[in-house]
Every structure is written in C-alpha cells, then in structure tokens.
Design a protein around this ligand. Structure first.
Ligand SMILES: NC(=O)C1=CN([C@@H]2O[C@H](COP(=O)(O)OP(=O)(O)OC[C@H]3O[C@@H](n4cnc5c(N)ncnc54)[C@H](OP(=O)(O)O)[C@@H]3O)[C@@H](O)[C@H]2O)C=CC1
Ligand SMILES: CCCCCC(=O)/C=C/[C@H]1[C@H](O)CC(=O)[C@@H]1CCCCCCC(=O)O
Length: 348
C-alpha cells in the first residue's frame, strides 16, 4: 500500500466570502498501487493554483465549463507529474504527463488516456512551465492578444495590462511588446512588482494601483491614450483604464478577479459611465475564453516554447513547497502574494 497525502475541500467561503486556507484540509490515506489495464501510477511534481478555482469553491460556479468542487472530496486542477508504473503502452515509466484535472494528491492511479504527454524540451527542462508560460496561462496571453487585441505593427499603439505581474498578465505584456506596441504599461499591486515589469520584462512602465491615483499615472505613462487593454481584474481599475481609451480601441476581457469574491454573474455588470464610454468610442469588449480556441493550442504552445527558449519571453514564478501549503498558496495568489505564475512543488 502507498501512503498518499491529499487535499479535500472542507468548507466553502460562500459567494460573498474570501477564501481562507482552512477551507482546505490535508488527509493521509493508504492507496493500493495496483493497476488495471490502461492505468498508470503517477507521482505529482507540481500543482497549479488559479483564479478560476475561486468559482469552483462555490456550489454553483456560474460558468458552464467549470464544475464545483464537492465538499469532503479531493480538489483538482492543473498538474504535472511523472509516470512511476504503467499498464498502458502509450505511457512508459519516467514519462512526464499533465492534466487539467489533476487531483491535489501526492500520488494517484490514473487512466492513461486522460493524460497528455509533456516533452521536457518544450519547457527547457522546467516542468512547472507546463502550468504557466508554456501552458494555459501562456496560451491565454498569446491567444487573448492575437484574437482580440488587434495589435498592428507600426501603428504606435499603447497597451495597458491589469494584473500585469501575474501569470497571464506578465506574458501578455511581453507579447504586446514583441508584436509591436510602442508602449506597454502594466498595473499591479506593489512597487516591487512594478520594478520587475520594467527591469525584467521590458514593460515601458508599471503603475502600483495601491499607491497614488491610477488615472493621473495612466495620463503620465499613456500620453497618446490607450489602444488595447488586457483586462485581468475588472472593477474600478478597469473603469479608470477604459475612460482613457482611444476611439476604436479593444478591451481583451480575460478575467475580473476583483469581483470573484462577490455574488455577481460573470462578466460582472459595468458601471453606466463605462458602458457609455465603450459605446460612444466604439470600443470592442468581447469575452475571451482560452478553452474556446482548442484548435489553436498546439501552435500557440510551440510559439510560447520558442519565445521562452530563445529568451524573448522571461518567465517569473512563485513556488511554494509542499502539498500541506497549497491552500495557503491559493489564498496568497488571490490576494497578490505571487509574482508571475503561482505553483506548488509537491515532489522533486
Ligand atoms: N479567459 C480565460 O480564458 C482565462 C482567464 N483567466 C483570468 O485571468 C486573470 C489572471 O489570472 P492568472 O494570471 O492566472 O492570475 P495571477 O497570476 O494574475 O494572480 C492573480 C492576481 O490578481 C491580482 N488581484 C487580486 N485581487 C485583485 C483586486 N481586487 N484588484 C486588482 N488585482 C487583484 C493580484 O495581483 P496584484 O498584486 O497586482 O493585486 C494577483 O497576483 C484572472 O482574472 C483569471 O480569471 C485566467 C486564465 C484563462
Ligand atoms: C466564472 C469565472 C470565470 C473566470 C475566468 C477564468 O479564469 C477562466 C479560466 C478558464 C480558462 O478559460 C481556461 C481554463 O483552463 C480555465 C478553466 C479550466 C477549467 C478546467 C476545469 C474543468 C472542470 O470543471 O472540471
């Protein structure tokens, strides 16, 4: 028998509550490592904590593509691990594998057909990147910018990104720069994050929304107005950005994390002034969901891998160690404790 640690959801924050680490409980169980035909035993290497998980903590997620986590059951999400024993020819021992529905467990017996193989070369040997820059958040950035951003080389555009120092935002801003925006301005929650945006990731400027007036900082750093807005946060930050957008501009509606602890539909309703500004200035603001572009994922991952391996895109990560700390890591990410992608390292 195998000694396995797992994390279960033991309480819900409620639709208007803030998640706390105590919503999760770590349990130890004994699991039979015996495999049926088609199954593999996997050891977990890294688990991902992501904003959409806040919606899965509610009994109704508000999104048809998200199932609620059930009380008393093992939580799941993005994960990457290694095959330790196999009863399928498709996956040999030592193969790296990933899934969107990886249980928050140190080991598991899984159906091999539900796992995707990972080529460590694609991620320059950094398997955690499968959960970030060369995974779902990276794809969100590249497809969000390219499908909804209308970046046009040589047209001197200004792009603003909220949640700019996070997993999606930090990559989206770098793609805006690579694709030809003249200015790329990031909004985030600390001076340290602002500094990382400029010195490490090549953003034009960083604005700390917790210090000073966002509107005057935007006027200073976006003197010709804002053409493209990659919106990760919603709420008053987005109202301030949209009010300074140029006619014909484009909002990439990626996420609205500032509203996830509120009982509002997704996307949350806009203020009347913001709605009026969008309409009056003919600004597009279409909902973007990366899962709707499955046919473009493979090509997107190849592009992201190339950028990362050639150093054209820098990857920032915040790594917390140990499955017992995953609830804390999730809550920390939800309140800005991460720079770059927040991952949890489960084993070497
Ligand atoms: N549409 C799609 O297909 C996808 C959408 N998303 C969305 O993209 C967004 C970013 O996700 P991801 O990159 O994984 O997460 P991040 O790595 O950006 O982490 C979340 C960040 O949100 C910021 N934040 C938290 N609360 C607030 C607030 N009240 N106001 C402003 N900022 C806040 C914090 O940074 P700070 O210090 O700056 O406050 C925190 O670090 C989320 O909205 C998510 O739901 C993600 C994946 C796919
Ligand atoms: C209502 C909340 C919207 C939050 C926006 C957001 O963060 C969306 C994230 C998804 C994105 O479209 C791609 C993903 O991978 C995220 C969801 C992943 C769903 C997998 C979980 C499947 C399941 O429900 O079991």
């Amino acid at each position: 028998m195998l000694n396995v640690k797992r994390v279960v959801l033991c309480s819900r924050p409620g639709k208007n509550g803030h998640p706390v680490p105590e919503n999760f409980r770590v349990e130890e169980i004994m699991k039979s490592p015996e495999l049926k035909e088609g199954q593999v035993l996997v050891r977990t290497l890294f688990l991902s904590v992501d904003p959409y998980m806040r919606c899965r903590m509610n009994d109704d997620t508000g999104a048809d593509y998200l199932l609620p986590w059930r009380l008393g059951e093992c939580v799941d999400g993005g994960g990457v691990g290694v095959v330790e024993a196999s009863k399928t020819q498709a996956l040999s021992v030592g193969t790296s594998v990933t899934s969107f529905n990886w249980p928050w467990q140190t080991y598991d017996v899984m159906d091999g057909s539900l796992l995707q193989k990972v080529d460590p070369e694609m991620v320059d040997g950094h398997l955690s990147y499968v959960l970030g820059a060369v995974g779902m958040p990276g794809l969100t950035a590249v497809l969000g910018v390219r499908e909804k951003g209308h970046v046009t080389l040589g047209s001197h555009q200004t792009m603003v990104i909220s949640g700019a120092a996070g997993a999606c935002g930090s990559i989206a801003g770098q793609i805006g720069r690579l694709d030809g925006c003249e200015r790329v301005v990031g909004i985030c929650g600390s001076n340290q994050k602002c500094q990382a945006l400029v010195t490490e990731l090549g953003f034009t400027a960083g604005i700390n929304y917790k210090k000073g007036d966002i509107s005057s900082a935007l006027r200073e750093h976006c003197p010709t107005g804002i053409d493209i807005y990659f919106d990760n946060v919603g709420g008053p930050i987005s109202d301030a950005v949209i009010s300074q957008m140029n006619p014909g501009g484009h909002v990439i509606l990626c996420g609205q994390i500032s509203q996830y602890n509120k009982d509002v539909p997704y996307p949350p309703p806009l203020s009347e002034d913001t709605q009026e500004a969008l309409c009056h200035k003919n600004i597009t603001r279409e909902r973007f969901v990366v899962l709707n572009y499955m046919e473009k994922h493979e090509e997107g991952l190849v592009q992201l891998s190339r950028w990362v391996k050639t150093g054209q895109i820098k990857v920032l990560e915040t790594v917390v160690n140990g499955i017992e700390n995953i609830g804390e890591a999730f809550c920390s990410m939800m309140t800005g404790g991460n720079i770059g992608k927040q991952v949890v390292k489960i084993s070497d």
